[in-house]
Design a protein around this ligand. Structure first.
Ligand code: NIG
Ligand code: FE
Length: 408
């Protein structure tokens, strides 16, 4: 067994509920704490000196200087496998152009599809691994990554295979999701329903065969797929054995209801969710995921995180890092900003980027420093954990541990 410490504070997030609002008084803070590790799991958290005296023959990993430790973070929604860049979309939006005008002039998701299709596998892998490393440097050890810029059999499989190759190059956990239902590609001859059927018939069986993803996502929106056809599609994917997540209520309400009805693991975005649907989500086990990076990238309102928590929903916070609507990628900055606008407690934000976002991915073995949990944790050089969010992302993570091993 190995004892790591002493830390000025260890914030365990132990005993916090999965759903609903949290007060900061509920946070367990172990002063002068130590983290006792057995193999790749947390054995015990407690006072460093006490743990040391109670357990002779320990390997001790001494922490120098003043540091605090938190469970490592989970980013449960990203699109970080892509070619090209959409800086021109960003500039045009800010100069007053609408989404439709930008799409018509060659921008939008379709432009990322063309860049991704044209990029070589090596190029895509290299930039994907760079983005993974950026997220790891923030203290994130579990990262969901979507396809969705290929939009045909060959290129969707290409994206998912690259995500699988990236997993061989990192100790972080990558969770791939098939988002072939991002948009009907311009070169598909047929209706939306026919394209969705093509995804079911041609893409998903191969995804399954090669074990490339266990999750399916869809963008339900006026400009993408309509509610009824989406529901039919999602029920078919469920029959094929996939878990479901949905891009819901980004601009138009109504689709989070479908996510709940089909038993989705999460409904993400929710910027336009109406009160009635907040109540519906709050009664379900579907995680409501706020994506403040998309609000900041588009200049749109934030997800009603406060209302969702007050109603009893499971609220996760993720980066949505993508070349179009959310180019920043800094989940800590985004979560801190969401807290100031939505009035979220520190406990609610930390829960939203740890065990609640991990739950959205079906991973219940991480995000809390409790006995038996995966020993993934991040440290910061500070004497007070509140400084992590207070500094809005500018306080950099110091060290990062995955399965009890220091990787940074
Ligand atoms: O989550 N809303 C749809 N999909 C992405 C944007 C993808 C893009 O613009 O490239 C999102 O915001
Ligand atoms: Fe997204």
């Amino acid at each position: 067994m190995k004892l790591i410490g002493p830390f000025r504070q260890v914030i365990t997030l132990a005993n916090l509920p999965l759903r609903g609002k949290l007060s900061d008084e509920q946070l367990e803070i172990i002063e002068d704490g130590g983290i006792l590790i057995s193999r790749d799991k947390i054995q015990q958290i407690g006072n460093f000196e006490t743990l040391k005296s109670e357990n002779p023959n320990l390997e001790i990993e001494k922490i120098e200087g003043t540091q605090i430790a938190l469970p490592a973070f989970t980013d449960s929604h990203t699109h970080i496998c892509f070619g090209g860049n959409r800086a021109n979309d960003f500039a045009m939006r800010n100069a007053g152009k609408t989404y439709l005008e930008i799409a018509e002039s060659g921008g939008g998701i379709w432009s990322s599809v063309q860049h991704t299709r044209n990029a070589s596998e090596e190029e895509l892998l290299e930039t994907l691994v760079e983005r993974i490393d950026f997220l790891i440097a923030l203290g994130i050890t579990t990262i969901e990554i979507k396809s969705g810029y290929g939009l045909d059999v060959e290129n969707e499989l290409k994206m998912l295979r690259i995500i699988k190759r990236a997993q061989q190059q990192t100790k972080a956990t990558l969770v791939p999701t098939c988002l072939s239902a991002h948009l009907k590609p311009r070169d598909f001859e047929g209706s939306n329903q026919q394209y969705l059927q093509y995804v079911v018939d041609e893409i998903l069986p191969k995804v399954k065969e090669e074990n490339l993803a266990k999750r399916v996502d869809i963008f339900i929106e006026k400009s993408a797929f309509q509610p009824d056809e989406s529901k039919v599609f999602l029920l078919k994917t469920k029959d094929l054995g996939f878990e479901i997540t949905v891009h819901a209520d980004q601009f138009t309400p109504g689709s989070s209801r479908i996510a709940v009805e089909v038993g989705a693991k999460s409904a993400d975005h929710l910027e336009a969710t109406i009160d009635e649907d907040i109540a519906f989500l709050a009664k379900s086990d579907t995680v409501a995921t706020a994506l403040p990076g998309a609000s900041l990238g588009l200049g749109e309102k934030f997800t009603p995180a406060r209302k969702l928590l007050d109603a009893g929903a499971i609220l996760a916070i993720a980066s949505d890092w993508n070349p179009g609507s959310a180019p920043m990628g800094n989940l800590i900055t985004q979560a801190s900003i969401l807290a100031t606008f939505e009035k979220l407690t520190t406990a609610e934000v930390l829960a939203g980027i740890t065990f609640r976002s991990a739950f959205a991915l079906g991973l219940e073995d991480r995000g809390k420093l409790e006995p038996g949990m995966k020993a993934d944790f991040v440290t910061f050089k500070t004497n007070n954990f509140q400084n992590v969010l207070y500094n809005q992302g500018s306080l950099k993570a110091e060290n990062l541990y995955i399965d009890g091993m220091k990787i940074k």
